[in-house]
Structure formats: structure tokens, C-alpha cells
Design a protein around this ligand. Sequence first.
Ligand SMILES: CC(C)(COP(=O)(O)OP(=O)(O)OC[C@H]1O[C@@H](n2cnc3c(N)ncnc32)[C@H](O)[C@@H]1OP(=O)(O)O)[C@@H](O)C(=O)NCCC(=O)NCCS
Length: 161
Amino acid sequence: MPEKFEIRPLNEDDHTWVSHLLEEQWGSVTQVTRGRAYRADELPGFAAIQDDKPAGLITYNIDGGQCEITSLNSLVEGMGIGTGLINAVRNVANSSRCKRLWLITTNDNTPALRFYQKRGFLLVAVYPNALEESRKLKPEIPLTGIDGIPLRDEIELELLL
Ligand SMILES: CC(C)(COP(=O)(O)OP(=O)(O)OC[C@H]1O[C@@H](n2cnc3c(N)ncnc32)[C@H](O)[C@@H]1OP(=O)(O)O)[C@@H](O)C(=O)NCCC(=O)NCCS
């Protein structure tokens, strides 16, 4: 498989595959972080494209001088797509003069905790049992996550810009 990919901003023509990808990967286009629900398919983002096909997606939300990564998925892991997508959002956040880039992941997602920390993000907060509240807004959030770990807490990571 050729390892080249392109990263470009999302546009309106991407909406169908973006919605499908979010539903497939996260159970719904709705993402809940810190008790707030977002339609991630309506947020700005970047696509990674390989061989004319989507190979990754990142969405983000800029609010109050901060940039939140609201979803990140690489469909072809280990060749730089995740890193490239984060860097694309980091550039936008920098040019929008955001003070920080941040995100919420869940306690079961040890691969994501590893990935983000290796890219300079710091663990800045744990919100114990936050998923109980999130499930009120998004009932499809499962009780068990990666490696059979109970899906319970939100973990906040940040990169100061
Ligand atoms: C976490 C995630 C986004 C990482 O995406 P990815 O495309 O595999 O990320 P990268 O390829 O940039 O980096 C992964 C590894 O591949 C290596 N890599 C990067 N470019 C490479 C290349 N050209 N050739 C070989 N390896 C490479 C990196 O060194 C990295 O290893 P490291 O973390 O030890 O440094 C992906 O695993 C994913 O989608 N997970 C499921 C969804 C999820 O959990 N999202 C985040 C929750 S908010």
C-alpha cells in the first residue's frame, strides 16, 4: 500500500462520509465532553486522504480563545496520519491565537493517552464518573470500553500554545 496521504480542510462535499465515519467509530455524530453535546459532523475539521479515499478525520471547536479537538480517527494507523491531523488543527489554533489546544478522552483509552502524551499534551484533569452524565445526552455510550475497561471517567489533556 502506498504510504502517501494528503491532509486538507473538510468541505460540504465531505458531509456524508464524515457522518458515517463518526457513527461507525463513535456510535453517533454527537460527541459529549464536559456535559456538553456537539454535532461533530457540523464542526470544522481536516480529512486525511489516501488513494482518493478518506483515511482519517479530525474535528475541532474554537471557543473563548481555546481550541478543543472534538474527535480524531485514523483509519490507517502507524504512518503519521494522526500526528498530521493534530498538527493541522494546532496550526489553525495558533493562527486563531488560541491559548491552548485541549481534548477529552476516556479512562479506557490508554492508546490515546499514550499517543497524545508523546506529542506534548499534559494530563490536566480527571473527571470521575463523568460518563454517567454523558450517557444522559448520548445513551449509546457503552458501559465497557477498550480492553474491557469500565468506561467511566473523562480525562482532560492540553497543550499550551
Ligand atoms: C490515536 C490515533 C488517532 C493515532 O493515529 P495514527 O495515525 O496511528 O498516528 P500516527 O501514525 O501519527 O502515530 C502512531 C505511531 O506511528 C508511528 N509513525 C508515524 N509516522 C510513521 C511512518 N511514516 N511510518 C511508520 N510509523 C510511523 C509514530 O511514531 C507513532 O508511534 P509513537 O506514538 O510511538 O510515536 C489512532 O490510533 C486512532 O484513530 N485511534 C482510535 C480513535 C481514538 O482513540 N481517537 C482519540 C481519542 S480522542
